[in-house]
Design a protein around this ligand. Structure first.
Ligand code: SF4
Ligand code: SF4
Length: 457
C-alpha cells in the first residue's frame, strides 16, 4: 500500500465525540462461504482466525444488537449482515437476532435489517422470514450466465447462475425488497448494456449496484492470486492491501469509466425514476451538494466498520487486517471504538493524504479520490496515493456533467429529476436538425452526419 496513507493512524485509542450514526457490516460466519468466487479475496481472511468454528456465539449476537442500537442517536438503526455467506448461520440465528432487536429497541426508533447473500441457500422459508421482517436483501449476480459463471463458482468449480436466478425469482414471488450487487471485472466490463438490460428487462429488477473488482497484489503473489483466493486452491495466501499490481480479473481504469458512461447514457435517456443505480444516485447527490450515500465518494470516511464473528471490530470491511483492528466488542464498547483516535484518523486520512493531482481535479467534489483501498498508483507528477481507477472516474464524472447539471437545476426548481429525459432527447433532436451533411454526426459516432443519423433525418 501507499506508505503515506495511514502513517498518521495512531496505535492508541482515545475517545472523541461519537458520531450520531455509523454503519457496521457484521460477519457472523467470518469469511466462510459455500462458494469459491475466484475474485473473492475475503475468503482468504479465514487465515486470520486459525482453528475457529466461524460462528457468532449467541451471547455475542445479543451484545452486538444491544450495542449497535444503544450506540446511535438516529431514528432508524441499520443492522447489516454480510460474509462470507451469512445464510450459512441458519435461519434460527436471524430469528434470535430479531428477538434481541425487539428486546433492546426503544420506543420511537425503527430497525432496517439488511443482508448480502449469494442466494444459493435461499428457499421459501428464508424468503417468508425476509418479507415478515422487511429485510432488504442484496443479491450477488454478475450479469447474464456466461459473465456470472466466469468467476462465481462453487467449491467444486461448478457454475452458480441457475441457483442465483432461482433465488431472485423466489425473492420476487415473496415480494422481498432486493437489489442486485454486480461486480465488474474482466468477464463483463466490456458489455455494459448487455449487463444493464439483462437486469432491467430479463430479471426486471429496479435496484442495481455496480462494484469494480480491483484485486491488488505484490509481484510474489500475482501468480497465486490469478488462480483465485478460495480454499479449492492449494496455495492460499492472505489478501492484504499491498503491492501495486492487479490480477487478470481486475477491471481496467478506462474500461470502468466506459462501462459506467455507457449505462448512464441509456439510463438518463429512458430510466430515470424507474431504475435506481446506486452509483448514479450518489453522483447526483454530489452535484446537488448533499453528502453522497456511498462512503467511497465522501470527503472522509471511517463510519463504515466491519465486525468479525468473534467480536473483533475493524476500521472497514476492506481493511480486515491486524493493523486495522480497533478492538473487540466483548471488552470495549463499540461506540468508543468507533469514536477512537485510531478510527477518526483512519477516516480523515482519506482526505488528508489526497495527492495534489486530486486536490486540483475538477471532479474532486464527486470523486474525492474514491476509496483508499484503491489508492496505490502515483499521479503523473510522481506523487503516491492516486487511485488506480482515476482515469475511469475522471472520464465518467466529466461525461455525466451536463445531464447532472440539468437534473440539479430541475431539483432546485422543485421539479422532478426525471424531466431530464425529455430535455436531453429534445437537445439531441435539435443538434441533429442543425447538423450539416458533412459535419461530424452529433451522436459522437465519429462518422459524417450524412453517413450516420443524417441518412434517416
Ligand atoms: S476505506 Fe473505502 S470502503 Fe472503507 S469506509 Fe473508507 S471509503 Fe468506504
Ligand atoms: S478523478 Fe482522479 S484526480 Fe480526480 S479526484 Fe478522482 S482519483 Fe483524484
Amino acid at each position: 500500500m501507499n506508505s503515506n496513507l495511514f502513517a498518521a493512524v495512531p496505535t492508541t485509542l482515545r475517545a472523541n465525540a461519537p458520531p450520531a450514526s455509523f454503519h457496521v457490516l457484521a460477519k457472523p460466519t467470518g469469511a466462510t462461504c459455500n462458494l469459491d468466487c475466484k475474485y473473492c479475496f475475503f475468503l482468504s481472511k479465514e487465515m486470520l482466525y486459525p482453528g475457529s468454528r466461524f460462528r457468532m456465539a449467541d451471547d455475542l449476537l445479543e451484545q452486538y444488537i444491544k450495542q449497535v442500537i444503544e450506540g446511535q442517536r438516529v431514528p432508524e438503526i441499520v443492522v447489516a449482515w454480510q460474509g462470507g455467506e451469512p445464510t450459512m448461520m441458519g435461519l434460527d440465528f436471524f430469528e434470535r437476532s430479531i428477538a434481541y432487536e425487539k428486546k433492546y429497541l426503544p420506543p420511537g426508533k425503527t430497525i432496517l435489517n439488511t443482508i448480502q447473500t449469494n442466494g444459493t441457500l435461499l428457499d421459501d422459508e428464508w424468503c417468508e422470514f425476509f418479507r415478515a421482517h422487511n429485510f432488504l436483501v442484496g443479491l450477488s449476480l454478475d450479469g447474464p450466465r456466461a459473465m456470472h459463471d466466469a468467476y462465481r463458482v462453487d467449491k467444486g468449480g461448478a457454475p452458480t447462475f441457475d441457483k442465483v436466478m432461482r433465488a431472485a425469482h423466489l425473492l420476487q414471488t415473496h415480494n422481498v425488497d432486493f437489489n442486485i450487487l454486480c461486480t465488474i471485472h474482466a468477464a463483463n466490463a466490456d458489455h455494459p448494456l448487455e449487463v444493464y438490460r439483462f437486469f432491467r428487462d430479463e430479471l426486471k429488477t429496479n435496484y442495481i449496484q455496480f462494484i469494480p473488482i480491483v484485486e491488488r497484489v505484490t509481484p510474489e503473489l500475482l501468480e497465486v492470486a490469478n488462480e483465485g483466493w478460495g480454499d479449492s486452491h492449494h496455495t492460499r495466501a492472505l489478501y492484504t492491501l499491498d503491492g501495486s499490481l492487479v490480477t487478470d480479473r481486475s477491471v481496467k481504469p478506462e474500461q470502468w469509466g466506459d462501462f459506467l458512461s455507457a449505462i448512464f447514457d441509456e439510463w438518463v435517456r429512458r430510466d430515470v425514476g424507474t431504475v435506481f443505480v446506486q452509483m448514479f444516485d450518489a453522483a447526483l447527490a454530489s452535484w446537488v451538494g448533499v453528502p453522497p450515500s456511498l462512503c467511497i465518494f465522501g470527503e472522509t470516511c471511517g463510519n463504515a466498520l466491519a465486525l468479525e464473528h468473534n467480536g473483533d471490530l475493524y476500521s472497514c470491511d476492506h481493511f480486515v487486517e491486524p493493523r486495522f483492528k480497533l478492538g473487540n466488542i466483548r471488552q470495549d464498547l463499540m461506540i468508543e471504538l468507533v469514536a477512537s483516535d485510531q478510527q477518526r484518523a483512519f477516516g480523515n486520512a482519506k482526505r488528508d493524504t489526497l495527492p495534489k493531482y486530486c486536490r486540483e481535479c475538477v471532479v474532486r467534489f464527486a470523486c474525492h479520490g474514491e476509496c483508499p483501498r484503491n489508492r496505490f498508483i502515483s499521479s503523473p507528477d510522481g506523487e503516491p496515493g492516486l487511485n488506480y481507477l482515476c482515469a475511469g472516474y475522471k472520464k465518467f464524472f466529466t461525461h455525466i456533467d451536463h445531464p447532472m447539471k440539468v437534473m440539479t437545476d430541475l431539483l432546485k426548481q422543485n421539479r422532478y429529476a426525471d424531466e431530464v429525459m425529455e430535455i436531453l432527447n429534445q437537445e439531441e433532436k435539435d443538434r441533429l436538425t442543425r447538423a450539416g451533411r458533412n459535419d461530424p454526426c452529433p451522436c459522437g459516432s465519429g462518422k459524417k452526419f450524412k453517413h450516420c443519423h443524417g441518412r434517416t433525418v
